[in-house]
Every structure is written in C-alpha cells, then in structure tokens.
Write a protein that binds this ligand. Structure first.
Ligand SMILES: Cc1ncc(C[n+]2csc(CCOP(=O)(O)OP(=O)(O)O)c2C)c(N)n1
Length: 384
C-alpha cells in the first residue's frame, strides 16, 4: 500500500497504448480489462518494504531491488497510469470499502517528506483513498506534521475534480481540541444550511429543486452518501435561479453544504502523554470526529524518547535503559465510555480488518445517534 507502488487498470485499447515493454495481465473480476503493478522509480526511497511484503512463488521474491539507473524505463508505466486514471467500470465493480476496491482510488496523500519505510504514511494514505475528497484533518505536531507538510510543498493533493483533504497543524498539547473546534465550526455552519434546505424544500415549487432538497436531507448525516446529493442540489439551484433567501444562502456557502469527514491525527507522544487530557475530553464528547493515533511506541520525531505507549523492556534511542513499566492501554480507556468505536489496526497483520475498521469508525456516529433517537422516543433507558 505504499505510494510508489500502484495498480494500473486499463481497457484493451489503453493497454495497447501503454509504454513499450511494460507488462500486464488480464484483470480478475472485470472482463476485457488489463492489470499491471507500476513503480515510480524516481520516488522510491529504497526501503525494501515492498520486497519483504509482496508474496512471490515459493522460495522466490515477486520484487527485487535493482540499481536505479537500470529502472528508469519502469517510471513510464507509472506516469501512464496516473495520466489515464482508473476506468469507471473497474472503480464501480469493486467496492471502495474493500482492500482491492480501495486501491482503485487515487491516493490524496502522495510523496511525503517521510523517512524511507515510514510506518505512518500508509495509514494516512489509505484514509485519503477512502475519505480524502471530503476530509478535514487536524494534525498534532510530530512526524505526521512534518511529512504531512514538508514546506514549501505538501504531499496532500486533490482528485480530478479538485477535491482533497483540508489540513492544518496545531500544537502538540491541544490537537484534539483543535479538531473538535473544526468539527463544531463545521456543525454550526452546516446547521444553518440544513435549516435553509428544510425551509426551501417546504416552499419551492420547482420539482427538481424540491427532489434535490429531499435527497440532501435524507443523506445529510453520511459523508459518503451526502456528497452527490449536495452537488446535485447546488447544480439544480444554479440552473434554475430560484429567487429565495434560503436558496441564496445555500449557494453562497456551497463549500460547507456536504457532510465532511473530520479527522484528528497524531502520534503516541501526543495521544498517550502530552495531548491526553484533551484527547480524552474529545473521545468522551459524543461529537462526530475520527481519531487516528500513529502509535509508533516512541516519540519518533524527536529521536525516540519513550512514551506511555512504549512496551515493557523496550529500549529506544533516548530510553536506553529499557521501559520499566507496561504500555498504557489507550484503547481500553476509550472503550470504557461504551459509546465510542475503538479499533486497533496493523496493515501487516490484516489488510481487511484495517480497511474495515477505517470504514466502520468513519460511519459509526450515525448508527449510534439514530439508535439513540429511537430508544429515547420509546423511553427505554439508553445502554450502548
Ligand atoms: C509542548 C511541546 N513539547 C515538545 C515538543 C517537541 N516535539 C515535537 S514533535 C515531538 C514528538 C512527537 O512524538 P509523537 O507524538 O509520538 O509523534 P511521532 O513523531 O512519533 O509521529 C516533540 C516532543 C513540542 N512541539 N511541543
């Protein structure tokens, strides 16, 4: 799942036009399409992770490391894959919430300033493939704020429609609160727009605008489902020029209309130690935010001081004597609230569970709130 190794899916015609010498096979699952794995030679940092992880025939490696000067030709297939994008039929065939389907989406985190073999970037990259076109990220200081904003450039990028993650870095000690504030701001702005859509829907006499309003309202709590109805509502209003204050409000603030996916990123030094008070407050808040802890078990960015996440006995660069006490169980603390979705993931251990946990975490809030409402109406004591 690294950024320099990417799948390419092609129609027969595109495969025929592919750079000379590049190889492909039939794409499993969609007849008439070709499949290849491409490598951006110029972006490879030589960590060798792909060689270790990629399965080959018994006793052989599927990939071998070769000197860069012998590999320039392979860059052409990668560039070709980026240029043609993924065919719509292939994207539609595989659910984006599966390991395979998620890889037929352009990563909106590309070539970062991370060290070779960084274990943090593949998780952020996957999150951008799943939610990047509607993602807000507040990022604690740490490695992720450095590889995530290697000034003056940024590895976060946009899709073909110009949509990509909105990212900002806050202090080490208050990043959870920062993301919480982003979420509250979005909620306030959007709350007014939802009221406008409701008001417009009640009075508008144009059938297509009314239908668009209804579709928007039906999906308003899901960042996945609300994107298309939001765009359709804006398009309907722009096309018909409805003379109405609420319609104007929606058009004036159209960037805030669709449901966003709020993320809070940071390392274990932030989450377990220095930002913990705020993190705990936000976890307990019931707010619709998603938190991703890059748990490297040390303060990586400052050279490897031990954190409360470091396991017993672990020796780190600046903790040479070995950690004397056990690793704090942050997940258990989060689980103790009972109404928070909690998962621990490791791509190397289980790709499926990793993708599933991301998707479930992102969609969790809606499920809990709707069940809360039903139970509340029926006056049954709430137990999650
Ligand atoms: C209040 C404060 N103390 C110390 C620092 C210096 N500092 C910057 S990044 C960092 C380590 C971050 O470690 P972690 O949160 O585990 O993230 P990682 O670098 O491992 O991704 C430290 C100590 C700081 N920026 N602010």
């Amino acid at each position: 799942m690294k950024n320099v190794v990417r799948p390419v899916a092609m129609t027969e015609a595109q495969a025929a036009n592919a750079p000379e010498g590049s190889k492909n096979i039939d794409l499993t699952g969609v007849a008439g399409y070709k499949f290849a794995i491409s490598i951006s030679t110029l972006d490879c940092q030589g960590c060798g992770s792909c060689v270790n992880i990629c399965p080959g025939k018994k006793g052989e490696k599927a990939i071998t490391m070769q000197p860069i000067e012998t590999q320039y030709e392979s860059q052409k297939l990668f560039d070709y894959g980026v240029e043609i994008g993924f065919p719509q039929e292939v994207v539609d065939k595989f659910k984006e919430t599966t390991v395979k389907g998620s890889q037929f989406k352009k990563p909106l985190l590309e070539f970062s300033g991370a060290c070779a073999g960084c274990g943090e970037t593949p998780y952020a990259k996957l999150a951008t493939q799943l939610f990047g076109d509607r993602m807000y990220i507040s990022n604690a200081t740490g490695c992720s704020s450095i590889w995530g904003a290697s000034a003056p450039s940024t590895p976060y990028t946009v899709d073909k429609n110009g949509r990509g993650p909105a990212w900002a870095n806050s202090l080490f000690e208050d990043n959870a609160e920062f993301g919480y504030g982003m979420s509250l701001a979005q909620k306030a702005l959007r709350g007014r727009l939802i009221s406008s859509v409701e008001a417009l829907s009640a009075v508008v006499d144009k059938a297509d605008v009314k239908a668009a309003c209804e579709k928007f309202l039906e999906t308003k709590d899901s960042s996945t489902l609300n994107a298309a109805p939001s765009r359709e509502l804006v398009a309907a209003l722009e096309a018909t020029k409805v003379d109405n204050e609420d319609a104007q409000n929606i058009l004036d603030n159209k960037d805030f209309l669709s449901k966003k996916s709020q993320w809070i990123f940071g390392g274990d030094g932030w989450a377990y130690d220095i930002g913990f008070g705020g993190l705990d407050h936000v976890i307990a808040s019931g707010q619709d935010v998603n938190i991703l802890v890059f748990d490297t078990e040390v303060y990586s960015n400052t050279g490897g001081q031990s954190s409360k996440s470091t396991p017993t006995g672990a020796i780190a660069q600046f903790a040479a004597a070995g950690k004397e006490v056990k690793k704090k169980d942050l997940a258990a603390i989060a689980m103790s609230y009972g109404y928070v979705y909690v998962a621990q993931i490791a791509q190397g251990a289980d790709y499926n569970q990793t993708v599933k946990a991301f998707v479930e975490a992102e969609s969790y809030f809606i499920q809990i709130r709707s069940s809360f409402r039903i139970r509340w109406k029926e006056s049954i004591p709430v137990r999650f």
